[in-house]
Design a protein around this ligand. Structure first.
Ligand SMILES: [Fe+2]
Length: 305
């Protein structure tokens, strides 16, 4: 019979408003309920947490993250790990036919995962299998910004203005924006990031949704800005120019350095972020033969309010 482990662990906050390292836990072992509850509390409190030096099988990653809720299966079936449909492959690796083995963009724009769904993701967990290294330096950092700290720091007048506003989250908008960005990169002679574009059938499964601009976190009850440059196509009911100006102002505010934690990956990291309280963006400073391979699991959330 398996016995659940009850380790002592430590939490070291690193970013000013988000980001903490949890040490002393082996996630390949089943955690007892009390330890899991304390890990979950630390996670929601810090918005981004990471565990170094983990050795996880896909099944162990699925088992740990499943304790937070129902795991999503990504719209793009092609990017799921064979035998583990809950795992999205995030990688720049190609198969022997030269096709991307997973999702390669890993977040070209600031976003929170699956925000275009009626019930957007609660949290995502990324397990780092291989990290790109050049001249002894690890590349491919991921930046995270606290949307709750950014909201709290807004002037009172702006908070009033945002009250009751909704924004439209659209996977179709994102698909088109991504396609344009790739074309522009190509025109500049830049690197093509090969990406599985969702088909029309796949797009139909995720119709546009309207969500509150100011969202209350379902667990911590903190208020945060729930909009992002990848998925938000506009402010509902507002003339486009006015809405775009407001969005640009808020996007710039959210990514002020004081609200950002930048993670430098190591192989063996399991990092989790709270999609209700943070957004993230990848850095593309690596290319083959530097290899990057990560596995993502995503826990389903609830409709924003
Ligand atoms: Fe993402």
């Amino acid at each position: 019979m398996l016995t659940a482990t009850r380790p002592q662990f430590t939490i070291n906050r690193i970013g000013k408003h988000l980001g903490a390292e949890i040490s002393g836990i082996d996630l390949s072992q089943e955690l007892d309920d009390d330890t899991f509850a304390r890990v979950a509390e630390a996670f929601f409190d810090n918005e981004v947490v990471f565990f170094r030096n983990q050795k996880l099988t896909p099944a162990q990653q699925v088992a740990f993250t499943r304790r937070f809720g129902i795991l999503e299966q990504h719209v793009r079936k092609e990017s799921r790990l064979a035998g583990h449909p809950e795992i999205l492959i995030v990688s720049n690796l190609l198969d022997d036919k030269g096709n991307a083995i997973g999702s390669q963009d890993a977040g070209r724009f600031w976003h929170s995962d699956l925000s275009y769904k009626a019930e957007p993701s609660m949290l995502s967990a990324l397990y780092s299998v291989e990290v790109p290294i050049k001249d002894g330096r690890i590349l491919g950092d991921t930046s995270f910004a606290s949307t709750t700290a950014a909201y709290a720091a807004l002037p009172e007048a702006t908070k009033q203005r945002l009250q009751g506003l909704k924004n439209v989250h659209s996977y179709r908008y994102y698909r088109n924006k991504n396609a344009r960005a790739q074309e522009e990169e190509l025109a500049r002679g830049g690197r093509v990031i090969q990406e599985h574009m969702p088909t029309e059938e796949q797009l139909k499964t995720v119709p546009d949704v309207e969500t509150p601009v100011v969202r209350t976190h379902p667990v911590t009850k903190r208020k945060g800005l729930f909009l992002n440059e990848a998925h938000t196509s506009g402010i509902a009911g507002m003339p486009k120019a006015e809405g775009d100006a407001l969005l640009a102002e808020l996007y710039a505010h959210i990514i002020k350095p004081e609200f950002v934690y930048c993670h430098q990956w190591q192989a063996g990291d399991l990092l989790m972020w709270d999609n209700c309280a943070a957004q993230h963006k990848a850095t593309f400073d690596y290319d083959l033969p530097q290899r990057r391979l990560m596995y993502r699991t995503t826990v389903r959330g609830t409709a924003p309010f």
